[in-house]
Design a protein around this ligand. Structure first.
Ligand SMILES: [Zn+2]
Length: 50
């Protein structure tokens, strides 16, 4: 007997609409994209040179 649903709902993985990277639905809801895109966007707004 194998357990079909091994992953809990909280560990759900979706693809980022911007880069296609695997991320969690929670990040898409709060940021609109994955952590990588969020970091890139933050650097675009506030460059590290400042
Ligand atoms: Zn992304």
């Amino acid at each position: 007997m194998e357990i079909a649903a091994a992953q809990p709902p909280t560990a759900e993985i979706v693809a980022c609409p911007e880069c296609g990277e695997a991320t969690t639905p929670m990040r898409l809801v709060s940021w609109g994209h994955c952590r990588t895109c969020h970091t890139a966007e933050s650097r675009a707004i506030r460059p590290l040179r400042w």
